[in-house]
Design a protein around this ligand. Structure first.
Ligand code: SF4
Length: 325
């Protein structure tokens, strides 16, 4: 929390009290937004935390699919998103009708499969899936929950899918989607940085392409990255290949280290333009207006079941009617 709050931050904290709201913020939000949040986290942590919130209003500082997830797990609560246009290139890459057509083709061809979707997907896509995963639990779900003998249709992130395939050895059909931020890290820049900082450790998100992951000392989702850097007792330099705002949390949690962002090929800042749509002013305005609000959609009923059995802690049971059969 900043020592002296600017006017907008102070207004947000006032409104928070008035509404009895809990603010959840993704690590890819600007630091000034994360500083006001009750909880910061990656998709998995925020989805789980959303189920523990006892206030009537959740202000979700992230993108649309995340706020929808919070709503599905808290149907009776008001979930506000500062900007409804905050989307995700992975969601856009996998329209539900195209996924349904692909599943139908596989069934007609007699393929025995289950569909595993990354949480960065629409509610309709989640409703068509057997499992929902995050970068934090994808390996565990694929390894432990998808029954042996099934192929896996993994949507929509081909890079995360390829990485999980490599680690688990499971047969996968990969959807051709990618994150517009992690897709563009520059191998040339990373090699240059490695030369400049020969003792630095490279950490990369599994949404990065293979050529970046091959150069990394550690690959893992955002929570795993935080844990990993925490294992280094001595001050260490880290080259960081993920969304740039992540470094705010790394610096806050483990300030003894130095973090250097890896540049992108076309954009040196590596900030997600969807996440950047949320500003302090929009956070304040959504609380003032109680809008934009995430309203319940018919597909949330099915998507919620898939989410709950995939991400929450009670025993995860195999789907009664696997969609891929
Ligand atoms: S960083 Fe990538 S995966 Fe995350 S919201 Fe932005 S476009 Fe989507």
């Amino acid at each position: 929390m900043p020592a002296i709050l600017d006017d907008v931050s102070a207004e947000i904290l006032e409104l928070k009290k008035k509404l009895g709201a809990t603010i959840l913020a993704h690590y890819y939000q600007e630091g000034e937004i994360q500083a006001l949040a009750d909880v910061t986290g990656d998709s998995l942590k925020l989805a789980r935390e959303a189920t523990k919130v006892d206030s009537p209003v959740i202000v979700f500082c992230g993108v649309l699919f995340m706020a929808e997830t919070a709503k599905m797990l808290n149907p009776s609560k008001t979930v506000l998103l500062p900007d409804l246009q905050a989307g995700c290139s992975l969601v856009d890459a996998c329209p539900a009708d195209k996924l349904a057509a692909m599943q139908e083709r596989l069934r007609i061809n007699g393929r025995k499969f289950q569909t595993v979707c990354y949480i960065n997907s629409s509610a309709k896509v989640k409703a068509l899936s057997d499992w929902v995963v995050t970068s934090g639990n994808a390996i565990e779900v694929v390894r432990d929950k998808v029954p042996p003998g099934y192929e896996i249709l993994f949507v929509p992130d081909k890079h995360l899918g390829r990485y999980v395939q490599e680690v688990t050895g499971r047969e996968m059909i990969l959807w051709d989607g990618s994150c517009m931020v992690h897709e563009i890290f520059s191998v040339a820049d990373l090699l240059e940085q490695k030369k400049k900082h020969p003792t630095a450790r490279t950490i990369a998100h599994p949404e990065c392409p293979k050529n970046i992951l091959d150069l990394a000392d550690f690959a893992g989702g955002t929570e795993a990255m935080i844990k990993h850097v925490g294992t280094f007792a001595e001050p260490t330099q880290f080259l960081v290949a993920t969304e740039a705002n992540m470094m705010w949390e790394l610096e806050r949690r483990h300030p003894r280290h130095t973090y250097i962002g890896v540049a992108g090929v076309t954009c040196a800042c590596n900030k997600c333009p969807h996440m950047a749509r949320n500003t302090l002013e929009k956070v304040r305005d959504c609380m003032k207006n109680r809008w934009p609000e995430i309203l319940w959609q018919p597909e949330f009923d099915k998507a919620k079941e898939v989410l709950a059995r995939s991400l929450l802690n009670p025993p995860i049971t195999a789907p009664v009617h696997p969609m891929g059969d």
